[in-house]
Design a protein around this ligand. Structure first.
Ligand SMILES: C[S@@+](CC[C@H](N)C(=O)[O-])C[C@H]1O[C@@H](n2cnc3c(N)ncnc32)[C@H](O)[C@@H]1O
Length: 350
C-alpha cells in the first residue's frame, strides 16, 4: 500500500468531514425505519425520465450485470440497457420483491455492515439513486463499490433535493445543493479506486402539470449525478460518452445570430422569444456597468438559463447559471450569472 493510501485509510470520517458529520436525527436501526412499505416515487415524472435517460446513456456494456444499491420497487433502468442480471440491495422486502427490474435481491444494511455481500469484480455497473444522503460510512461504501466493480465499471450516483430528513446525514442536510456535488466527488476521491468523477446537472425544467406539487409553482426536481469508472479499464475498451442535459434544441446558428441582431428592436430573448424585462442596475461599488438599465430574460424555462447550470459548472462556476442580458447603450447581449431562479428579480422595474 502506498503512503498516501495508507494515510487516507487511517483518516476517520471525523478527520475528513468534521465531528458527527454522518450523524442523523434518527439513529434507530435503518431496518426499523424502512420496514414500512413506501410504494412512492421520490421524484416527479420529468425528473424520473431524466434519470432513466442518464442510466441509458451511461451504462454502455452489453448485457451488463448491474447492482441497484439502496434499491426499492423501481430501478429506473430503461429497456434499451438489456441487463443480464440486476441485483437489488435494500431494506424493504415487499418493495424489492415487487421491483420488476430485479433478477435477485438481498436485504442488507450497509450502514451497519459496510462490507457488501458480493465477490470482487462482479458487476459492470452500480447504480445508486436518491440514496447517497443516507450513507453513514460513504468512504467505506464507495470503497466497497470499487471492490465489487469490474475494472472500468461504472458507479453512477444520482441525487436530488428531496429526502427523509430524519435519516439523512448531518453533513448532507447542512450542505447546499452545490456543496453536495462536491461531497460526492470527495467520496469518490477518498476511496481512491475511481477515475476522476464527472458531473451531470439537470435543473429548472418545468414541473409536470399533473404533479402533486405543481400548484406550488416550483420547477421539476433537480437531478444531479456524479459518476466515475473503476480504475484499471483495459486499453481500447469502449469509452463512456460525456452526457449533458438537453434543454430544448439550440436554434441554428444563423437564426440565433439574426435574433441576437434583432434584440435592439424586438427586446425579445433570442433563445426563447420572451420579452426581456427592464432591470435597474444596482448601485454597488462592485458593479462595473455604467448604465442605469439593462434588459434581462426572466423566463424560468428559457433554454439559455436551463443549459447554463451545466455550462457554468463545467467552467468551474459551481451552482450558477446565467440569464441573457441586453445592454441597450452598447447594443450587446451578454450572460449575467445567477445563483437561483429568484436572483435579480427584485430589480425588475417594468
Ligand atoms: C429514497 S429511497 C430510494 C429508493 C430507490 N433507489 C429509488 O430510486 O426509488 C432510499 C432507499 O435506500 C434504502 N436504504 C436506506 N438505508 C439503507 C441502509 N442502511 N442499507 C441499505 N439500504 C438502505 C431504503 O431501503 C430505500 O429503499
Amino acid at each position: 500500500m502506498d503512503a498516501a493510501r495508507h494515510w487516507e485509510e487511517t483518516m476517520s470520517n471525523d478527520d475528513l468531514f468534521g465531528t458527527n458529520a454522518f450523524s442523523r436525527l434518527d439513529e434507530t436501526d435503518d431496518e426499523i425505519f424502512y420496514a414500512r412499505d413506501r410504494f412512492v416515487q421520490h421524484l416527479d415524472s420529468t425528473a424520473l425520465a431524466t434519470v432513466e435517460q442518464l442510466i441509458g446513456q451511461l451504462v454502455i456494456e452489453e448485457n451488463p450485470i448491474i447492482l441497484d444499491l439502496m434499491s426499492s420497487w423501481d430501478s429506473h433502468i430503461p429497456a434499451s440497457v438489456q441487463p443480464s442480471k440486476v441485483v437489488g440491495l435494500g431494506l424493504n422486502k415487499n418493495e424489492l420483491e415487487q421491483n420488476p427490474a430485479l433478477t435477485e435481491y438481498v436485504m442488507h444494511d450497509l450502514n451497519k455492515f459496510p462490507l457488501l455481500p458480493f465477490p470482487d469484480a462482479s458487476f459492470d455497473a452500480v447504480l445508486n439513486t436518491v440514496s447517497v444522503d443516507y450513507m453513514t460510512n460513504p468512504i467505506e461504501t464507495f470503497g466497497e463499490v470499487g471492490r465489487i466493480l469490474k475494472p472500468g465499471g461504472l458507479f453512477l450516483v444520482i441525487f436530488s433535493s428531496r429526502m427523509f430528513p430524519q435519516k439523512v446525514t448531518r453533513v448532507w442536510r447542512q450542505a447546499g445543493e452545490n456543496e453536495r456535488i462536491i461531497l460526492v466527488e470527495e467520496f469518490f476521491r477518498h476511496s481512491q479506486l475511481f477515475e476522476t468523477p464527472k458531473v451531470f446537472i439537470s435543473k429548472g425544467k418545468p414541473r409536470p402539470q399533473d404533479d402533486k406539487y405543481a400548484h406550488l409553482g416550483i420547477p421539476s426536481d433537480p437531478i444531479y449525478a456524479v459518476y466515475a469508472d473503476r480504475k484499471g479499464a483495459q486499453a481500447g475498451r469502449m469509452r463512456r460518452p460525456e452526457v449533458s442535459s438537453q434543454h430544448g434544441s439550440p436554434l441554428p446558428a444563423e437564426t440565433l445570430q439574426q435574433r441576437i441582431d434583432a434584440v435592439k428592436e424586438t427586446l425579445r430573448c433570442p433563445h426563447c422569444g420572451d420579452i426581456m424585462r427592464k432591470w435597474a442596475v444596482p448601485y454597488t461599488p462592485f458593479t462595473t456597468w455604467d448604465v442605469d438599465f439593462m434588459y434581462i430574460c426572466f423566463n424560468d424555462t428559457c433554454p439559455y438559463l436551463m443549459r447554463g447550470w451545466e455550462a457554468m459548472n463545467k467552467q468551474g462556476n459551481r451552482g450558477l447559471s446565467h440569464r441573457l442580458m441586453y445592454d441597450p447603450v452598447r447594443q450587446r447581449c451578454m450572460p449575467v450569472p445567477v445563483p437561483s431562479l429568484d436572483a435579480l428579480k427584485e430589480s425588475i422595474v417594468e
